[in-house]
Design a protein around this ligand. Structure first.
Ligand code: HEC
Ligand code: HEC
Ligand code: HEC
Ligand code: HEC
Ligand code: HEC
Ligand code: HEC
Ligand code: HEC
Ligand code: HEC
Ligand code: HEC
Ligand code: HEC
Length: 302
């Protein structure tokens, strides 16, 4: 979906939002000025607002004709005085209070489930850090690009990981941070998304790794994918956590008292079969090709 966007996140309308359902609307007894009056003095903002999806609240619903005041509070007094003291400016509020104002209309939306647990909520990253209401439309971007541009302003380190030689194609705009993380938080650590009741979201795109396999490789089932892969990007082929694959395998498959392996299959002194000094044992997966699980071979050979 292509949208006209600013430097920040303004999302295309993929699906209508239930927005504003539980919002009580304008409070009785308060003096509202109406959006046309605001536009007299705030022309630029009113123009860019007309391109924002919130403008939907201006043309219909409880705030019709006065939706500026849904976020800024009743503004008749300010429209007279033109004094900053007489109007609410969310930019001057604590993140928590600012979010509360947004949530009057957005609370029950799916995207916000779990927000309480998120690192963003704990660190007081406000809704408007990612969703500015008055950003000027600037250039054309895809949804993925818009999301990545937003996240990378704060997560410089993670963005750098996506510049490594082996990586998920974020730079190529084929995916976004939000394919794996839910920026609004969730029950999983690191705001990880899931599919099908609690499976890692990796399976949404790499379904062939899900199985069920007749012969599972225990860590694929029992640990995270990221015990072997660097999920963002890596200097190592296949985004592995080790440069040479065998060192990764030998982390668990050497009998130096490793408790995660009950059978100590290979042995500290390699048996003739696995002569670790020989170059052919540098890449274990040339023989054990079904590292993620096999339908036919207990030793994951085919
Ligand atoms: C008569 C002109 C005028 C009208 C009408 C007007 N404003 Fe303002 N508004 C101003 C001026 C001037 C300022 C800057 C005040 C300052 O910086 O001290 C301002 C500032 C603001 C601010 C920022 C306040 C802050 O704390 O920095 C907001 C928000 C705002 N206006 C919203 C509105 C809304 C919403 C309406 C319509 C209900 C509106 N204005 C109508 C002139 C107006
Ligand atoms: C959905 C909520 C929302 C609506 C609707 C909304 N605003 Fe705002 N407005 C904000 C937030 C949040 C900020 C502070 C952060 C920002 O600039 O994004 C803000 C900031 C402002 C400011 C101060 C900007 C500055 O640069 O100092 C003005 C003036 C303003 N809004 C006017 C308006 C007018 C006029 C309308 C209607 C045409 C309107 N707003 C509609 C949420 C809203
Ligand atoms: C008066 C009710 C109301 C309030 C208050 C409100 N919104 Fe909205 N919001 C809406 C409506 C209506 C839409 C458009 C729904 C649609 O297009 O189906 C919307 C759309 C959105 C979208 C999707 C469009 C986009 O720009 O990416 C986001 C994100 C959003 N709002 C965030 C916020 C934030 C952040 C705040 C607080 C600053 C806020 N909303 C306050 C009613 C509200
Ligand atoms: C860290 C950045 C970030 C913060 C903070 C954040 N959001 Fe979002 N929001 C996003 C992203 C990214 C998406 C798009 C998710 C996707 O495409 O899966 C989104 C989607 C949405 C949508 C749905 C828009 C649509 O078109 O589907 C709404 C509504 C929304 N956010 C409201 C809020 C509100 C309200 C808050 C504060 C309580 C908030 N967001 C805080 C990044 C953020
Ligand atoms: C305004 C700055 C800002 C933006 C924009 C932002 N983040 Fe964050 N993010 C933070 C902060 C601050 C933390 C908490 C850091 C910490 O706990 O060490 C954080 C933490 C995280 C974490 C770790 C959460 C945890 O529970 O430990 C993830 C994952 C994350 N952000 C993803 C995203 C994604 C995806 C986006 C874009 C949709 C995004 N962030 C946009 C500031 C931001
Ligand atoms: C392919 C899926 C995927 C994508 C895409 C992705 N992440 Fe992550 N991210 C992960 C996984 C997996 C973790 C590690 C979770 C854990 O430790 O349990 C993680 C961890 C994080 C953390 C926690 C600190 C750290 O580095 O371990 C932050 C912050 C973060 N990601 C931000 C981002 C940002 C920003 C983007 C987009 C530029 C992004 N992620 C894209 C999968 C992804
Ligand atoms: C939204 C889809 C999507 C999700 C979710 C996703 N991936 Fe990927 N993954 C891709 C794409 C696209 C590629 C690149 C394929 C290519 O270049 O041929 C890729 C490539 C990979 C590669 C191979 C990299 C290489 O250098 O050959 C690994 C390993 C990988 N992903 C692991 C993961 C893990 C682990 C997760 C979960 C944390 C995950 N992926 C989540 C789409 C996804
Ligand atoms: C025990 C370590 C290990 C675990 C755990 C693991 N992988 Fe891998 N993965 C590898 C190795 C080694 C390779 C490179 C060998 C190959 O290409 O088959 C690889 C290659 C890949 C590739 C690229 C080649 C291909 O087969 O498509 C993808 C994608 C991938 N893994 C995804 C995942 C996902 C998703 C998970 C979690 C469900 C996961 N991996 C868990 C070791 C692991
Ligand atoms: C995080 C630890 C871990 C890593 C890393 C790991 N494995 Fe395993 N592997 C295990 C465990 C645990 C088992 C199950 C052992 C058992 O049931 O006796 C296993 C089983 C196997 C088996 C089947 C052995 C049997 O007797 O059933 C093979 C073959 C194997 N791994 C090869 C590899 C290869 C090749 C790599 C590197 C790509 C690798 N493993 C990386 C933990 C690991
Ligand atoms: C040249 C091919 C080849 C390479 C390379 C290779 N293996 Fe093997 N591996 C075998 C064969 C053959 C077996 C025995 C299979 C059987 O008995 O069904 C085996 C068995 C195993 C077993 C299971 C032993 C058992 O008792 O069931 C493990 C674990 C294992 N290899 C790990 C590794 C690791 C780790 C590496 C990389 C350092 C590696 N292999 C490299 C061929 C290879």
């Amino acid at each position: 979906v292509l949208v006209v966007l600013g430097p920040a996140l303004l999302l295309a309308q993929d699906k209508p939002l239930a927005g504003a359902k539980q919002d009580p609307g304008p409070a009785p007894g308060k003096a509202y000025a109406g959006s046309e009056s605001c536009a007299l003095c705030h022309e630029d903002i009113s123009k860019s607002y007309a391109k924002n999806r919130h403008h939907a609240a201006e043309v219909s619903g409880k705030w019709k004709g006065q939706s500026c005041e849904a976020c800024h509070g009743a503004g008749a007094k300010h429209a007279e005085s033109a004094d900053a003291k007489d109007i609410v400016n969310p930019a001057k509020m604590q993140a928590f209070d600012q979010n509360k104002a947004c949530n009057t209309c957005h609370f029950n939306q799916q995207t916000l489930v779990g927000r309480i647990q998120s690192g963003h909520a704990r660190s007081l990253v406000s809704c408007t850090a990612c969703h500015p209401v008055h950003a000027q439309p600037a250039e054309r971007q895809t949804r993925s690009q818009a999301i990545n541009e937003t996240c990378k302003t704060c997560h410089v380190t993670q963005w750098a990981e996506f510049q490594r030689p082996h990586r998920h194609p974020l730079n190529e705009r084929a995916m976004s941070c939000a394919d794996c993380h839910n920026p609004h938080g969730g029950p999983k650590p690191k705001m990880m998304r899931t599919v099908n009741a609690n499976e890692p979201n990796c399976f949404r795109c790499h379904g062939d790794k899900r199985g069920p396999f007749a012969f599972e490789h225990a860590p694929v089932r029992l640990e995270n994918c990221n015990i072997c892969h660097e999920p963002h990007g890596s200097a190592n082929p296949r985004m592995l956590t080790r440069h040479e694959e065998r060192f990764l395998c030998l982390e668990c498959h050497a009998n130096v008292g490793n408790r995660s392996l009950q059978t100590n299959t290979i042995g500290g002194v390699p048996p003739a079969l696995h002569d670790l000094r020989s170059p052919r044992f540098r890449s274990c997966s040339t023989c054990h090709i079904k590292v993620h699980g096999s339908q036919a071979s207990r030793s994951l050979m085919r």
